[in-house]
Design a protein around this ligand. Structure first.
Ligand code: FES
Length: 180
């Protein structure tokens, strides 16, 4: 496994051989990143088209994630699903599942922090006062360069047209499955 130079990642790269060894810095990556984002936006559009197909015409397979009792509130588990990986979260009783693939440079988005949104508090004259956590909105933070995605929707919080690929999750007979 390869740890990519200059990256803030705490994880090893699972794209060894597939992406440049020396990653571009965030501020320098607009061209490469834009190309990557376009490809992923296109993939996202195809996902939406596929999702529009009725369940009767497209049977989905169940991929086992965990026993219900093993995924506690606040937990997350990344599992192989078909040809990719999916991060499954349980937060405040609800299950969410997203592809473990960041739209920035292909990092393992679901292997980073899960944290409340950070907000700045301003005074009436709009001067900065302090920061606070907003526990009504949780963010998936990609471990490579900290792109943040809204847990409820998978949207990149800076540009909500970009979003993680979402999967359906099913809980039955004491087990959790991703449908794909
Ligand atoms: S790969 Fe850069 S933030 Fe995810």
């Amino acid at each position: 496994m390869l740890l990519r130079k200059g990256c803030h990642a705490t994880q090893t790269c699972r794209f060894e051989g597939g992406l440049p060894d020396t990653p571009l810095q965030c501020s320098e990556s607009s061209q490469a990143g834009a190309g990557f984002q376009e490809r992923n936006l296109e993939a996202g559009r195809r996902d939406l088209d596929a999702a529009a197909v009725s369940p009767q015409t497209k049977m989905k397979k169940e991929f086992f994630v965990a026993e219900t009792a093993q995924l506690h509130d606040g937990d997350r588990k990344v599992v192989p699903v078909d040809h990719t990986e999916v991060g499954v979260y349980r937060v405040e009783g609800k299950l969410y599942a997203y592809e473990n693939l960041c739209h920035h440079q292909g990092g393992p988005a679901c292997e980073g922090l899960l944290m409340p949104k950070v907000e700045e508090v301003l005074a009436e004259d709009r001067t900065y006062q302090r920061r606070r956590f907003n526990y009504n909105e949780w963010h998936i933070v990609c471990p490579w360069h900290a792109w943040e995605y809204d847990l409820q929707t998978g949207e990149y919080v800076v540009n909500r047209r970009i979003r993680l690929r979402k999967f359906e999750v099913l809980e039955k007979d004491g087990k959790i499955f991703v449908l794909a």
